[in-house]
Design a protein around this ligand. Sequence first.
Ligand code: PEP
Ligand code: MG
Length: 328
Amino acid sequence: RRAAFAALKNVPPVTKDGTRITLMVNAGLRDDVAALDLTGADGIGLFRTEFQFLVSATLPQRERQQRLYRDVLDAAGDRPVVFRTVDIGGDKALPYLDHDDEHLEENPAMGWRALRLALEREGLMKAQARALLEAAAGRTLNVMFPMVSEPWEFDQARALFEAQRKWIAARGRKLPHEVRYGAMLEVPALAEVLDLLLPKLQFLSIGTNDLTQFLFAADRAHPKLALRYDWLSPSILRFVRRVVEPARAAAVPVAVCGEMGGRPLEAMALLGLGIDRLSITPAAVGPVKAMIRSLDLAAFRAHLNACLQHPPTNLRASLEDWATAHGV
Ligand code: PEP
Ligand code: MG
């Protein structure tokens, strides 16, 4: 099977009925970029910039960040890279960053992390903005903000980047020819105000890891809960569909960048909901591409919609049966 997946490297991820899916990889370190050539992926849909912070003994200075981002863009060539600003804090505490020691975090996943921390630690965010803007000089920069919970947080993050852009321009230095801003949708509350956010966005990416934990109120790392809730549940799938529809109407591309997209059956369900961009772990590209190429998307969409209207007791089993019966 591994050889069969490798043989798919140079064939495009197109469904049997002709829908081209954008298949990208998740990355976080310099060496991860090699996965682009190894898998034939379309780009990096999620570059987790906090990895550099997590593996460093000291705070990575702006120059070091910039060097990493430039190396990644050089290696990616004309394939797009989506840089996510740091998702640190909470359970990804860093010894060299002075945290809020006064308040013990009992629920770090819902704590002072990601954009919540970055918007207050302005120096940190400004340094990262400058590193990204200067690294992408002369190219397109795609920036994505994690854990956006309300539209003003996106506005504030974007304004911070725009201020850095002006600062660089005022010094006559070269800028990216385009900066595209996107948000992660991983906090369910954001879905309720999506209509307010969509006009501001160039793209949206659903982070199903955090989204699932917040939708089910179930710690994503708790072993007793790991198998309790299924990604292939009516709640998750209906939720994704509810996001896809207004985004499509607003012409904002939506990707899924959580682990869910790296499982062939789950990826099939996402495609059925209208998702046409996935960013997944490199090892999953072969299996997911094989699924895509064997899928009659229109036929499956009809089946999935019927399933979501009147969900069977075991939705996973039902989707599995459909896949088997249809040669997926
Ligand atoms: C997610 O939450 O689905 C996601 C992609 O981000 P991370 O796993 O880094 O939290
Ligand atoms: Mg997340």
